[in-house]
Write a protein that binds this ligand. Structure first.
Ligand code: SF4
Ligand code: SF4
Length: 380
């Protein structure tokens, strides 16, 4: 058998739903597209990990010859109803950047080990544009919502690429948009109109981006989520699936019945937004870390998202936990809890905001409290 066949057989045997192979040539179309978007993607170009350089694998690894594109269907088990609308499916599935001591990371590690045993040199730290690689390797097509699709799994796939030094047999590209003519369901459904044209996304308007990329210390972004975006986040604390849920290409997948995931069933029983705002170490380790370990390493951003979600419930039963958060040592938590109290409104929320303002000495939190008092003066 050929090396290409061996690699593909092994990938399918360990659970990948599709595998394809393309050359390690540059993704010049990706580089041009990102650069042409100017300030919309400035944070991406400025990222110290040199994310755009990954589109030129041979500039990083002289010996690069082939890219193996692997698709894993992460929607093979049921997602608990109480977590949907709060945590994106890909995160519930615990597959995105999974560490090697977890099942999904172990699968990827098995693939790396197999390639090493074949005598392949494997590229490290190369940020391949996964969706372009998937299409060039014949694994995926594009959706107008910018997601990659495979026939049976829809867009609920995790794509991974591995760069190796061996020349293999390359698959025919499937570089096309396979959406029904005139369909705009994803664009219509997006709460913030982040998909401003077919195949064009403004990440700064995307709820998923706002939930996890907005961290201080990253180039050209801060932890400040604009109030108009906060309102649209609803109870989503990590990820957003709206434009995938609206998509007819996902209809069969969304309708299908899958077995329960016992781990998620248990986690869903323990998950709560008030507890996420309070975030004890034990709650973090047991309930939050398994599904939100990627992107955010400082808990204060997760707590910020929980405060926003609690505010968006509009439920006055959450006022006590938000009042407690107004005494928290984290400025970010106090600031967003103030916003949440303003959003919930009512005399009790006003009383807490006014008394918090008297003792607050952080400028940004004071601004949030004043804005909460002013913006919601009608409801408070
Ligand atoms: S993930 Fe959510 S916010 Fe982002 S483009 Fe899709 S629907 Fe819009
Ligand atoms: S909703 Fe319609 S336009 Fe958007 S990705 Fe799905 S099929 Fe394509």
């Amino acid at each position: 058998m050929s090396a290409t066949r061996d690699i593909k057989d092994f990938a399918l045997d360990i659970g990948y739903s599709q595998v394809g192979i393309t050359s390690a040539d540059s993704f010049q179309d990706h580089i041009d597209a990102v650069r042409s978007r100017g300030e919309v993607y400035d944070f991406f170009v400025a990222d110290p990990r040199q994310l755009l350089k990954g589109a030129e694998p041979m500039a990083i690894m002289d010996s690069a010859r082939s890219i193996i594109s692997l698709a894993w269907d992460y929607a093979q088990k049921d997602f608990p109803e109480t977590l949907l609308g709060k945590v994106g499916r890909v995160y519930q599935a615990r597959c995105y950047n999974a560490p090697p001591d977890r099942i999904n990371g172990a699968r990827y590690q098995l693939m790396l080990d197999f390639l090493a045993k074949m005598g392949c040199e494997v590229g490290k730290g190369i940020f391949i544009p996964e969706r372009r690689a998937g299409a060039r390797a014949g694994v995926t097509t594009f959706g107008r919502n910018n997601f990659a699709y495979t026939g049976k799994s829809g867009s609920f796939i995790l794509l991974s690429s591995i760069v190796i030094d061996k020349e293999l047999e390359y698959d025919a590209p499937t570089y096309k948009v396979k959406c029904p003519k005139d369909c705009t369901a994803c664009m219509d459904a997006c709460p913030t109109k982040a998909i401003y044209e077919p195949l064009k996304l403004n990440p700064r308007r995307c709820l998923a981006f706002n939930a996890f990329w907005t961290q201080d210390g990253r180039p050209l972004v801060t932890s400040n989520i604009p109030p108009e975006i906060r309102e649209k986040m609803g109870t989503r604390v990590h990820g957003c699936d709206v434009c995938q849920e609206a998509c007819p290409r996902n209809a069969a997948k969304l309708k299908a019945k899958y077995p329960e995931d016992p781990f998620l069933v248990q986690l869903a029983k323990e998950f709560s937004l008030p507890k996420m705002l309070e975030m004890t170490d034990e709650f973090y380790q047991r309930t939050i870390h398994p599904i939100m370990y990627n992107y955010i390493t400082d808990k204060k951003y997760l707590r910020r998202n929980a405060a926003i979600a609690l505010g968006n419930t509009g439920d006055r039963q959450h006022i006590p936990v938000l009042a407690k958060a107004m005494e928290d040592s984290e400025e970010l938590v106090r600031g967003y809890s103030a916003w949440a109290l303003g959003r919930i409104g009512g005399p009790e929320a006003r009383r807490i905001l006014e008394s918090s303002l008297k003792r607050e000495n952080c400028g940004s939190v004071m601004d949030e409290i004043k804005a909460a008092l002013a913006d919601s003066s009608g409801s408070l």
